[in-house]
Design a protein around this ligand. Structure first.
Ligand code: KIV
Length: 270
């Protein structure tokens, strides 16, 4: 009798990069092992985004997210998944200063979480760092358009490219990260025709969030699309209503506690 153990292989960076212009890339954020295990069944890659600072930890922006928090959530998501490529965000202040510092912190993320790639924000200004990292074995997903870590400079979370005069700079960013070796690029909060134009012009997959249906893939923050947050950005299609479901369950539980309406110990341990 022979047995065969089926090995599930994770999606790789080249597999995602090769999806340019092909079957749309499905991706979502996840921050915990249990939700990631569900997302893993359908997503090509999972992003452990620094949005976790706002979504999970109640921060006003992503600026305060520390590296160790990203590593902790990154480990949980890697543990909970088998198939999707796991990409972990580099938080603000851990990569902008110099390519050397970026390498040190990106290597720490990859060693400690066993993720497959990192993501960082910024276009032309980050090109040297992206090149430095990719040449040294660290796959980089870039992120341009609305870059939340720069929200203080941008004056808030504002859709980019409303003024056509700004398009050239965004297009230059897209080409700069491509030429520097990024394997894909997130286009966030960007007017539709600009995101569509960038997608047609560059050779790496674009991943849209509030950008264009023409992008090579899409990403959403899981908790937003599940309806867990009282406020969600206008572009988010909400697929669930987990917030109200959780509230209803907690309310019924509280009511059972007050009514002493619980099974007795002998019923439970019978
Ligand atoms: O941190 C995050 O969740 C992100 C996505 C919005 C792309 O960067």
């Amino acid at each position: 009798m022979s047995t065969q153990t089926e090995t599930i292989r994770r999606n790789t960076v080249p597999q995602i990069a090769n999806r340019k212009g092909g079957d749309p890339i499905v991706s979502l954020t996840s921050y915990h092992a249990h939700t990631a295990a569900i997302v893993d069944k359908y997503a090509d890659f999972i992003l452990v985004g620094d949005s976790l600072g706002m979504v999970m930890h109640g921060m006003d922006s992503t600026v305060g997210v520390p590296l160790d928090l990203m590593i902790m959530h990154g480990k949980a998501v890697v543990r909970g998944t088998q198939k999707a490529l796991i990409v972990v965000d580099m938080p603000f202040g851990t990569y902008e200063e110099s390519p050397n510092i970026a390498f040190r912190n990106a290597a720490k993320i990859m060693k400690e979480t066993s993720c497959g790639a990192i993501k960082l924000e910024g276009g032309a200004r980050m090109a040297d760092t992206i090149k430095f990292l990719t040449e040294r074995g660290i796959p980089v997903m870039a992120h341009i358009g609305l870059t939340p870590q720069s929200s203080h400079v941008m004056g808030g979370f504002k859709t980019q490219g409303r003024d056509e005069d700004t398009w050239a700079a965004h297009i230059a960013d897209a080409h700069a990260v491509t030429n520097a070796g990024a394997f894909s690029v997130v286009l966030e909060g960007m007017v539709e025709p600009l995101a569509s134009k960038i997608t047609k012009e560059i050779a790496i997959p674009t991943i849209g969030i509030g950008a264009s249906a023409d992008c090579d893939g899409q990403i959403l923050v899981l908790e937003d699309m599940l309806g867990m947050n009282p406020w969600t950005p206008k572009f988010v299609k909400v697929y669930g209503s987990l917030g109200p479901m959780i509230e209803d369950s907690v309310k019924r539980y509280a009511s059972d506690v007050k009514d002493r309406s619980f099974p007795s110990e002998d019923e439970v341990y019978r």
